[in-house]
Design a protein around this ligand. Structure first.
Ligand SMILES: Cc1cc2nc3c(=O)[nH]c(=O)nc-3n(C[C@H](O)[C@H](O)[C@H](O)COP(=O)(O)O)c2cc1C
Length: 251
């Protein structure tokens, strides 16, 4: 808040997710993304099955309520109904539930990006010679990463959001469709979680740090982390659902 009004702290970092307007309990915010057709806001109707999908949000604020083991088991059982190349079903689910271990994941991931930022001037110097356009884009990415690492240093948990549970999906490195298999299961897991009143978010930032995370989690050397999901009970409830207009639908 600034002068009693909400304001965007980093407008250039806005990804048009629409969360700010969808979550506001008073319907007090507007977003330029609505006018630009990036999304359409609607009050969800619990009888409309489409609204089930539209009300799934990437949740980044959680209560500290732990998730019972039988619920986690349910999530994984349903996730395993997902397709897999050649019906390989070689996925494994590594569940991290202790606060100590989740804080450690946060540190490991932040350290990965800290190291990357240390060499960022070299990367940017090289890119500005071979592709100035890419260098400009990369500089923006590094700005975002700097903010995340600074937030981690302040103990704000920017990567795993202080969640009570993190699920890592792994597959054998040799499995040709391993990554696709994990991503397919992750989406089903997230929708089942939404059905059970749980919130989730894919953590792509964790994937870049997969080697250090695999070491910490004692994941066998022949396997790789291909999907990471945080799961917990949402702290806030969303008043509106976001619908995304389809830009390209070719028949
Ligand atoms: C592959 C992938 C990686 C993502 N990584 C992150 C992440 O590291 N951190 C995060 O907060 N959100 C992450 N997200 C969530 C997206 O930002 C989110 O899906 C998008 O903004 C749309 O919001 P919605 O999921 O609520 O509709 C990721 C999503 C996907 C599909």
């Amino acid at each position: 808040m600034k002068d009693s009004f909400p304001y965007a702290r980093h407008p250039s970092a806005c990804i048009y997710c629409g969360h700010c307007v969808a979550v506001c309990p008073e319907d007090a915010l507007q977003h330029i993304g609505e006018k630009k057709g990036e999304f359409i806001l609607k009050t969800p109707d619990s009888n409309n099955p489409v609204d089930f999908f539209a009300t799934r949000r990437s949740i980044r604020r959680y209560t500290s309520q732990p998730i019972a083991s039988d619920i986690l088991q349910q999530l994984i059982s349903i996730a395993e109904t997902a397709p897999s190349g050649h019906n390989a079903r070689k996925r494994q689910y590594h569940i991290v539930k202790t606060q100590y271990a989740i804080e450690k994941l946060e540190k490991i991931t932040a350290n990965h990006y800290r190291r990357l930022l240390n060499i960022s001037p070299l990367i940017l110097g090289f890119l500005s010679v071979v592709s100035p356009r890419k260098a400009k884009k990369m500089a923006k990415t590094f700005q975002g990463l700097k903010r995340l690492v600074a937030a981690a240093d302040k103990g704000h948990n920017p990567f795993y959001r202080g969640v009570p549970c993190v699920i890592f999906l792994t597959a054998p490195k040799k499995q040709y469709t391993g990554k696709d298999d994990c991503l397919a299961a992750q989406q089903i897991l997230m929708l089942r979680a939404h059905q059970l009143g749980l919130g989730t978010c894919s953590i792509g930032f964790a994937l870049r740090a997969h080697k250090a995370l695999e070491k910490y989690l004692n994941i066998p050397k022949n396997r790789q982390i291909y999907a990471v999901t945080i799961v917990g009970y949402p702290k806030y409830h969303y008043k509106k659902a976001i619908y995304r207009p389809v830009e390209k639908c070719i028949f």
